[in-house]
Unconditional design. Structure first.
Lengths: 473, 150
């Protein structure tokens, strides 16, 4: 009875404890996760709840690794597949990383890191980060209620008995914490590809679009569970209201620093500029303070605009010097073609997830932080057969600073799950997850090392991409 | 959780784990366990659960008096997909039939405002019962937890 009462509504902890690393075995259940696959699939249990039942926006800083789009997501909670990444947080933010984030394989992308997600349909590609970028993030600190065990194991009772509400399991890792959705992304590029001269680059993005993830966490908070198995009808009604996807961003100002690259000479003076990617709506103008080693940017959002109003802010900031003795190399990366060796869904196959003829793929390119959905270059990716070659014939300009390299990364999914964009709706297919066509990862230590023609095969062996790198005019 | 169920799980678990170790798949143990479910039942569990959600989402605001209408198109689509499921497990067979009936009833009784709300409440109760049954199935086949994508 006491355990049930704790689960149903008593405050989880005092606010003083809300900046402590949470215990993944016990706290998620107190906060509203239900370890209930039926509930997750039938919109009666949330996929995300606030850690400590505290909706306060949290901040994190650190470096990113393993940025990619989701291979699969739960259709009930997504309109678009998520953009995922993992933050090596600075020590003052270590409390955000729950105990379960330190279980499993140490090579897992989120081991010891803060996992962060936001739907790709909400986040414009200009701000998608890449390996090694520094970030300053604000977001909703939540439990991922969809996963509470790492593996099938006799020592993992939460896996063996889902939905039974065990809180004292031995060896059960429990749920992981994450930022989902984010509210603000400030991405300082480790190796910016855009600047024609030696400049640092920070890209800023702020949005009130909290997606379904915000609605689920907020609706779970406002409509506590009826019992340990299910939330009340009011929860389901709440998550169906699009207005509940709104997340407030005008409760504070946002300040960040864009560091200048190394000063080339004692007489050089600092320069800065911005680029507008054209996404801003109902957003304030930033203020910029020029310092000796960079610029301090403040976006004065506090009390700007009206409650409930859609607000989006987006801008790129560049900082350099009046002298540039070693400008970046100008590379042209010409992508010639893509050959699909195994479509993962050939015609004639009648298993799950293969009802429609041909494979339906999404493939993404990340070239030093230049992100591109390859389906826009090759629409044939949406209807694939084994052995098919698709022409790409597209060129990407990469400006590579002295001492920096080139990283070409491809990944994606073969669409089997229903409804989540940019996959087709897939009304005739039903599968527990998408197929994964694997990754291409080519890394060159310098611009010079990248020059030449390359054909790379995905680690899965399912596809090959061909491209040529040359110096620009 | 009864002592018998915990005991059963503890006895079964090492046996199943040993069986999984012998399979040599690259999948995780959790995904592998889910794959061991009978394929037709695996698909039916997913379909019944997601269609139960569709029905619930489609009627809940009418049931609570927040809307005058139910989303009959979404319910009809769910009923069409559900009709394609071919479970072998007796419980899933029963749940499929219950949910098909609830979908049909929710669509047919929408001629008046009062009738719509009454039908919506009834449909909501039906999804509660179906979900209870699905939880029973999940308790018997815990590897369904492996069906939840990231």
């Amino acid at each position: 009875v006491v355990a049930l009462a704790c689960l149903l509504g008593f405050p989880a902890v005092s606010s003083a404890a809300n900046s402590q690393r949470p215990n993944s075995q016990t706290q998620p259940l107190a906060d509203g996760c239900q370890r209930n696959p039926t509930g997750l699939l039938s919109d009666t249990s949330p996929e995300w709840v606030y850690v400590y039942k505290d909706p306060k926006t949290r901040e994190a800083e650190g470096s990113l690794t393993h940025t990619h789009t989701a291979g699969g997501d739960l259709p009930e909670g997504h309109d678009w597949y998520d953009l995922n990444s993992n933050v090596n947080v600075l020590p003052q933010y270590a409390y955000l990383v729950s105990t379960a984030n330190f279980t499993g394989n140490t090579t897992d992308e989120d081991y010891g890191r803060l996992h962060v997600e936001w739907e790709t349909g909400t986040v414009p590609s200009y701000v998608w980060p890449t390996e090694g970028d520094q970030v300053q993030l604000w977001g909703s600190w939540v439990w991922d209620c969809g996963h509470w065990g790492t593996s099938f194991s006799p020592s993992n009772p939460d896996y063996l008995l889902p939905g039974q509400g065990e809180t004292n399991c031995s060896g059960c890792p429990g749920e992981r914490t994450e930022f989902h959705p984010m509210h603000v992304m400030i991405v300082t590029r480790a190796n910016p590809y855009r600047p024609l001269s030696t400049e640092s680059e920070s890209d800023a993005y702020i949005s009130t679009d909290g997606t379904q993830a915000h609605a689920e966490a907020q609706c779970a908070l406002e409509n506590p569970p009826s019992n340990i198995y299910t939330y009340p009808p009011g929860y389901t009604a709440c998550i169906t209201d699009p207005a509940n996807r709104y997340q407030r961003v005008n409760d504070r100002d946002y300040t960040f620093f864009v560091p200048a690259p190394p000063k080339p000479s004692s007489t050089a003076t600092l320069t800065w500029r911005t680029e507008d990617p054209g996404v801003s709506v109902n957003a304030p103008n930033e203020t910029v303070q020029v310092l000796s080693n960079g610029i301090q940017v403040t976006i004065p959002f506090k009390n700007f605009g009206k409650p409930g109003q859609t607000q989006v802010y987006g801008k790129r900031f560049f900082v350099g010097w009046s002298a540039d003795p070693t400008p970046p190399a100008d590379l042209k990366v010409h992508f010639t073609g893509l050959t699909v060796l195994h479509s993962l869904d050939p015609p004639g196959t009648t298993g799950f997830g293969t009802d429609d003829p041909g494979g339906e793929w999404n493939l993404y390119l990340d070239a030093n932080g230049y992100w591109q959905l390859l389906n826009d270059w090759a629409p044939g990716l949406g209807f694939l057969f084994d052995g098919q070659t698709l022409p790409l014939d597209q060129t990407v300009d990469l400006h590579v600073a002295s001492g920096r390299g080139v990283r070409i990364f491809l990944h994606g999914r073969e669409c089997d799950l229903p409804k989540i964009k940019p996959c087709p709706a897939n009304p005739g297919e039903l599968a527990d997850d998408n197929d994964l066509p694997g990754e291409v990862l080519d890394q060159f230590p310098s611009a010079a090392a990248a020059i030449g023609s390359h054909t790379s095969t995905a680690d899965s062996g399912d596809y090959q991409v061909s491209y040529t790198v040359s110096y620009g005019p | 959780v009864t002592r018998e169920r915990r005991l059963g799980a503890l006895i079964l678990a090492p046996l199943i784990a040993l069986a999984l170790l012998g399979c040599g798949s690259q999948k995780t143990g959790k995904q592998h366990a889910a794959a061991k479910l009978p394929a037709l039942d695996r698909r039916a569990y997913l379909e019944i659960a997601s269609d139960s959600g569709t029905l619930r989402v489609s009627v809940v605001r009418a049931a609570l008096g927040q809307s005058a209408a139910v989303d009959t198109a979404a319910i009809a689509d769910a009923r069409r997909r559900l009709s394609l499921a071919r479970p072998r497990d007796a419980l899933l067979v029963r749940l499929k039939a219950q949910l098909l009936g609830a979908c049909s009833e929710a669509i047919s009784q929408t001629r008046s405002k009062a009738g719509t709300r009454r039908a919506a409440r009834k449909a909501l109760t039906a999804t509660d019962k179906v979900n209870d049954g699905l939880r029973q199935y999940a308790a018997r086949h815990p590897s369904v937890a492996g069906l939840i994508p990231d």
